[in-house]
Design a binder for this molecule. Structure first.
Ligand code: AHR
Length: 540
């Protein structure tokens, strides 16, 4: 909970404020906890405590024409690993290792001045354009068709954004016709003349990007944008009613128009759209790790607010359908801000400059894990989400121009969630000791969610111990998972919160531990190291 005023009984312990509830201090194992065991985490896993079947698109990501995401990232002809189309195979291998079901493209802020026609046809004839969002030059060597081809190789669907900044209904419909119509019309035949016979069949479309932000080219008021989104969505669904359309929500919760923006936009566009977008980025500018790690509670609150706003508009309009949430930009982003401002201000208009190349550390990986847990806790309404972004730009995957692709710290929780978080999200009915931080109250020491893979008959518990001083034992009543055993307990932990990875050294890597779990009579005790990400896999 974001801090307003403190309530309830608190006892002060070194470094933390522990909230104590005497009733809760009897463990599953029937014994009273001694004063030394003040910190606790208890969960109950039951097949009936279902949040939702998880839409795999919750593990999506994002590639924007920004910095070195495209040029020098996914695409680098001449690199030793480049394939016949110029795509780096080392990058593709890492994307496939994660398993990224959907990738948003081509922006981001970039899309608000994107002329898609410039990005198709013979490469030699494509114009170079001024790219206004990031003050770069866009060479248009990679465009709509190349990206669709890359996505296929990556095993991902495309989530395509249309320009509602400098353009509108016509350009959006033309792009849709170009991408999806089989043949026999101006734009479908244009695609075929460009050597792409089969339609791309892109089903998810974003109606612009962050249109509430004054930084956006063609920024609009909620009313203006809501009308345009409604008319654009209506026209696009005339072409294909099975499309899933995402309308822009607020750029973040600090926007002065939040959350009235969502209410106004949805009142205009409710019938035409299926999703509302949410974006958030967190940082640790105050070097306060406990506070930094509590920010997933802010994300939780953000999601709850948007659900309420959608449902308010639903009630007001006597509508039948629910609007789902697309959390299509989320991550840690702050490390490279000053350098980026300097580049854009003082060295504009270069091709693929080093921008937003945040070098992530260990604590960033913990917050990314916490944010993944938060998304899963809301998987009944958050049906899509995109870690922003995927390669080089605030990304889990980095590339060296003359060297390999390598994994940032945040690669690992993302990999684990995508790999083991498929199936049905279970509410673990968590009871945990809590602490307060600079900006938040009642922050659980442990945050967790579980996923039951009913195909493989396995359960995975994702858990972060956000206590920076102490290990905490997670006690789990496994109830309806009788006969299960611990298959594996993977941890990401590090004595140094600011440890980072690089092309040369992987300092923050997961390891499998074998001495932290005890399972007896359906009761699991797992030791969660202080400040750690845990993936506890159970099965028969
Ligand atoms: O992901 C980087 C930028 O963050 C995106 O272009 C924009 O949508 C957001 O502000």
């Amino acid at each position: 909970m974001r801090k307003t005023k403190k309530i309830g009984l608190t006892f002060l312990f070194p470094g933390n404020i522990i909230k104590s509830n005497p009733v809760e201090r009897i463990s599953f194992f029937g014994r009273m906890e001694s004063p030394m065991e003040q910190k606790y985490a208890r969960i109950t896993l039951d097949k009936d405590f279902q949040i939702s079947r998880i839409d795999k698109r919750i593990y999506g990501s994002f590639i924007e024409h920004l910095g070195r995401a495209v040029y020098g990232g996914i695409y680098q002809p001449g690199h030793p690993s480049a394939d016949e189309e110029g795509f780096r195979k080392d990058v593709l291998d890492l994307v496939r290792e994660i398993g990224v079901p959907i990738v948003r493209y081509p922006g981001g802020n970039f899309v608000s001045n994107f002329y898609w026609e410039d990005s198709v046809g013979p490469v030699a004839e494509r114009p170079r354009r001024l790219e206004l969002a990031w003050r770069s030059t866009e060479p248009n060597l990679v465009g709509v068709n190349e990206f669709a081809s890359w996505s296929k190789k990556a095993g991902s669907q495309v989530m395509m954004a249309v320009n509602l900044g400098t353009r509108g209904i016509e350009a959006a419909c033309n792009l849709l016709e170009y991408c999806n119509h089989p043949a026999g019309t101006k734009y479908s035949d244009l695609r075929i003349s460009h050597g792409v016979k089969d339609p791309h069949n892109i089903k998810v479309w974003c109606l612009g990007n962050e249109m509430d932000g004054p930084w956006q080219t063609g920024h609009k008021t909620a009313q203006e944008y809501g009308r345009l989104a409604d008319e654009t969505g209506k026209a696009m669904k005339q072409i294909d009613p099975s499309l899933e359309l995402v309308v822009c929500g607020s750029s973040n919760t600090n926007m002065p128009t939040y959350p009235q923006w969502e209410a106004t936009v949805l009142e205009e566009a409710y019938d035409s759209v299926d999703f509302v977008s949410l974006h958030t980025y967190y940082g640790n500018r105050f070097h306060d790790t406990a506070n930094f790690l509590a920010q997933s509670d802010d994300m939780d609150h953000f999601i709850k607010t948007i659900i309420s706003t959608c449902d308010f508009v639903k009630a007001k309009r006597r509508a039948k359908k629910d609007i789902m949430l697309s959390f299509d930009e989320w991550n840690v982003w702050f490390h490279a801000n000053e350098a980026d401002d300097d580049t854009m201000k003082n060295r504009p208009w270069s091709v693929a400059p080093h921008l937003l190349e945040d070098h992530y550390d260990f604590e960033d990986a913990l917050l990314v894990g916490l944010m993944l847990i938060t998304l899963l806790k809301h998987s009944d309404r958050v049906r899509m989400a995109c870690l922003a972004q995927l390669v080089n730009v605030i990304a889990p995957i980095m590339t060296e121009e003359n060297g390999p692709a390598w994994k940032q710290t945040i690669f690992y929780p993302y990999l684990h969630a995508s790999k083991y978080g498929r199936g049905i999200a279970l509410n673990p009915a968590l009871r945990s000791s809590k602490h307060d931080t600079r900006d938040f109250t009642d922050v659980t020491d442990v945050e967790t969610v579980a996923v039951w893979d009913d195909q493989k008959d396995q359960v995975t518990i994702f858990a972060v111990n956000r206590d920076l001083e102490e290990d905490i034992t997670l006690e789990a009543d496994l109830r309806s998972f009788a006969g299960y055993r611990v298959l594996e307990h993977i941890v990401l932990e590090n004595g140094d919160m600011n440890a980072t990875n690089s092309a040369e050294s992987q300092n923050v890597v997961p390891k499998v531990v074998s001495d932290r779990d005890q399972l007896q009579d359906g009761l699991l005790q797992s030791r969660l190291g202080k400040a750690s990400w845990n993936v506890i896999r159970l099965g028969k």
